[in-house]
Design a protein around this ligand. Structure first.
Ligand SMILES: [Zn+2]
Ligand SMILES: [Zn+2]
Ligand SMILES: [Zn+2]
Ligand SMILES: [Zn+2]
Length: 485
């Protein structure tokens, strides 16, 4: 998919409804009508027709096209599908959910042949997937055997079901808000190609699952329109592995080809030998390439030479990642300690550090004992420092009107404003100081609002956009104060 004309940042490129939506693979037990998580609910309600878990008799998804349709209910009822799971075995029950979206795709064959054809024309990579037992066998066991073996819906073929599984793996979008994980497959959005620095971002409206794809930066005529199928806050090794294992292709984008990842150093380690250079992959497009220190200056102090195998890098990163995962994600002290502990091992922009800092940027000012007005000046300055640091990397890997930048700009405005207020009250600031510092806050807020007001109001980001607008109005009061000084 390429731009026919120049496209301005913020412009809507695609807005469309899904062909099919439903539970994600590996998700929780959800209401099959509205996708509410039911695992933490005390009352276990079931659909009167088919017996599958539902939130209530009044579920808004009953008989809805993107919920639990009448035809789905009768298919699930007639094949006695409810007899194959019980609440006593949650894991097994979750596995039954893997077949819901494939079944919805199969049902389209008779209810909406045009949509079914659109779906079946998508890439499934069957030939590649057949040779990956972890993929093919898992689909065989959890989906094909369920639909054909247990439910005995023998009007469908194994080949057809495998193809649908492939189409979903390759083309589906993860959507949903507020902890609800669902996947949706859309008639044209799948045509966007992948780039590790995408030029669009997308969100669903949370009501009808309408997907909106917007340009996050200006896209020149004839330029590919891209999105990222991998998590952008990960290093090249991880992203390329994910793309190969899950999307079945090798990425050769600009970011993947550059050992420094466009100067961000999100995969870089600190050199243990010279302690000033960064250890980077010698050939990032080869996952088995060695890594070595980049400090080879002709003049001045250069590294005596340091090389490490990619296997050792992986082991090191896996170990540190595992340690990170054991930390309570709301524990500011432990997260700060973790950063300190690895400051001589990982580049400060390393994606693990980036993840920690992204959490910290939101925790300072939000959690008990660290509410924004409770923070010391030092803690406020720390929040500012973290936000500014991560913004520099986001500007490169998620440039333009992206949620990550919007949220971080919003986080940045608060400590700037509180510090400004405190110093003003202490009488430390001249009129010019106040003016220039207010200008910084206003510029953060305007950028944050301009990005986040594009998000659906139901989402956390959308709500932040509204808050940013309100904060801007409040700043008008400050302008009056300045007038009086
Ligand atoms: Zn429901
Ligand atoms: Zn039902
Ligand atoms: Zn790439
Ligand atoms: Zn070195």
């Amino acid at each position: 998919m390429v731009a026919k004309n120049d496209i301005k940042a913020g412009k809507i490129i695609i807005r469309e409804n899904p062909l099919v939506v439903g539970p994600c693979v590996g998700g929780k037990i959800q209401c099959i009508g509205c996708y509410k998580n039911l695992e933490d609910e005390d009352k276990k309600f079931r659909c009167m027709g088919c017996g599958w878990p539902m939130c209530s008799k009044q579920c808004p998804g009953i008989d809805e096209i993107y919920g639990h349709t009448k035809i789905e209910c009768s298919v699930l009822k007639e094949c006695h599908s409810k007899t194959f799971f019980t609440w006593d075995d949650i894991e097994d029950m979750r596995t039954n959910y893997h077949s819901i979206v494939p079944l919805r795709c199969l049902i389209l064959k008779s209810t909406d042949p045009t949509s079914f054809q659109t779906l079946m024309d998508m890439e499934s990579h069957n030939e590649i997937r057949k040779n990956i037992p972890a993929v093919w066998l898992s689909n065989q066991n959890t989906v094909v055997d369920t639909i054909l073996g247990k439910w005995k819906l023998t009007e469908y073929t194994a080949e057809e079901i495998h193809t649908i599984c492939g189409i979903l793996e390759v083309n589906a979008f993860e959507i949903g808000h507020q902890g609800v994980n669902i996947r949706g497959i859309y008639p044209t959005a799948f045509l966007m190609s992948h780039d590790c620095v995408p030029n669009t971002n997308h969100s669903d409206d949370g009501i009808n699952f309408t997907l909106t794809v917007r340009a996050s930066v200006d896209i020149p005529e004839n330029h590919p329109i891209t999105l990222s199928y991998a998590y952008t806050l990960q290093g090249t090794l991880r992203r390329r592995e994910h793309l190969l294992d899950n999307k079945f292709f090798e990425c050769y984008c600009r970011r993947c080809s550059d050992p420094s990842e466009l100067g961000t150093f999100v995969s870089a380690l600190l050199c243990p030998k010279c302690k000033t250079g960064y250890v980077l992959s010698d050939d990032p497009l080869n996952n088995d390439s060695t890594w070595s220190c980049n400090n080879t200056k002709e003049e001045g102090y250069s590294c005596p030479g340091y090389t490490i195998s990619s296997k050792s890098v992986r082991l090191l990163i896996d170990r540190i990642s595992r340690e990170y995962e054991t930390i309570d994600c709301n524990d500011i002290d432990s997260l700060e300690f973790f950063l300190k502990k690895y400051r001589n091992v990982l580049h400060p922009n390393h994606y693990i550090c980036l993840g920690v800092k992204l959490s910290l940027s939101q925790l300072y000012g939000k959690i008990d004992g660290y509410l924004i007005y409770e923070l010391t000046d030092k803690q406020l300055s720390r929040k500012i420092e973290i936000c500014k640091e991560i913004m520099q990397t986001f500007d490169v890997i998620e440039p333009g009107l992206t949620k990550l930048r919007g949220v971080t700009l919003y986080e940045l405005h608060a400590p700037l404003m509180v510090l400004l207020t405190r110093e003003f009250e202490r009488g430390f600031l001249t009129k010019d100081d106040i003016k220039s510092r207010l200008r910084e806050v206003v510029s953060c807020l305007i950028d944050a609002r301009n990005i986040l007001e594009l998000e659906p109001k139901i989402s956390t980001e959308g709500a932040m956009g509204v808050a940013a607008q309100e904060a801007l109005l409040q700043i008008k009061d400050w302008e009056k104060i300045i007038g009086k000084i």
